[in-house]
Design a protein around this ligand. Structure first.
Ligand code: PEP
Length: 252
């Protein structure tokens, strides 16, 4: 039985006052989704504040990126050990915005995944195809390539301490969500591909769906047998929306 996880990706949003308001509301509501794991992945400067606000609550926290290096002359970068200093549990790796806007390639994503685990963090590895790739019928080939790049480096056993997220690029921030059937098809494909390496790990690993999840569509997505929760962008900035998405995960 896989425990559902709903993780918010705040992206480059937030502010000290707004964060406090949002997290106070989520803390107050969190009893409503007991049994579901929840987390917020926040911009680096707010990790201290978020740790102070969420410590001792059921809501975990994490970051949205990390360096593949341990330490050194890498101006502007943040290491996994630094994230652990702030008691992060999760770190998003290979988000499509990092791949597209900052040129992160599969090999670098794999190195970041490994760096996260070396630091004791749980990477949330994002994979997903663009609209053009979907229309060319290349969805499976693309997500397989992105997944294999990590498994070839880290080994399938690394998935015991990791989370996968299927995020079709065409659904991120666009208001256009994959249908539950479209999501399920790719999630099942990913699980079968992992099973090709290790059937037990394939059954254990959580695969989140991300891409315009909202309170209004979460329940149908989470009802799919291979959808184990969500990675939530825009809706994670609105307390009532995020709370309702977490509650929808509990219902399934
Ligand atoms: C994301 O950024 O991971 C995401 C899923 O964004 P949104 O929910 O806004 O589509």
């Amino acid at each position: 039985m896989r425990t559902k996880l709903v993780a918010g990706n705040w992206k480059m949003h937030g502010g000290l006052a707004a964060n406090r308001e949002l997290l106070d509301a989520l803390k107050a509501a969190s009893a409503d989704w007991s049994g579901v794991e929840s987390a917020v992945c926040v911009p680096f400067p707010y990790l201290h504040q978020v740790r102070e606000l969420l410590r001792g609550t059921p809501i975990a926290w994490g970051a949205q990126n990390l360096s593949e290096h341990e330490a050194g002359a890498y101006t502007g970068e943040v290491s996994g050990a630094m994230l652990r200093d702030f008691e992060c549990r999760y770190v998003i790796v290979g988000h499509s915005e990092r791949r597209r806007l900052y040129g992160e390639q599969d090999a670098q994503v794999a190195a970041k995944f490994a760096a996260a685990q070396r630091a004791g963090l749980v990477p949330i590895l994002c994979v997903g195809e663009t609209l053009e790739e979907r229309e060319q019928g290349a969805t499976e080939a693309v997500v397989a390539r992105q997944l294999d790049a990590v498994l070839d480096t880290a080994g399938v056993a690394a998935l015991r301490n990791a989370v996968l997220a299927y995020e079709p690029v065409w659904a991120i921030g666009t208001g256009r969500t994959a249908t539950p059937e479209q999501a399920q098809a790719v999630h099942r494909y990913l699980r079968e591909r992992i099973a090709g390496r290790d059937a037990e790990i394939a059954q254990e690993v959580r695969i989140l769906y991300g891409g315009s999840v909202k309170a209004g569509n979460a329940a149908q997505l989470f009802a799919m047998p291979d959808v184990d929760g969500g990675l939530i962008g825009g809706a994670s900035l609105i307390a009532e929306e995020f709370a309702a998405i977490c509650k929808a995960a509990k219902a399934e």
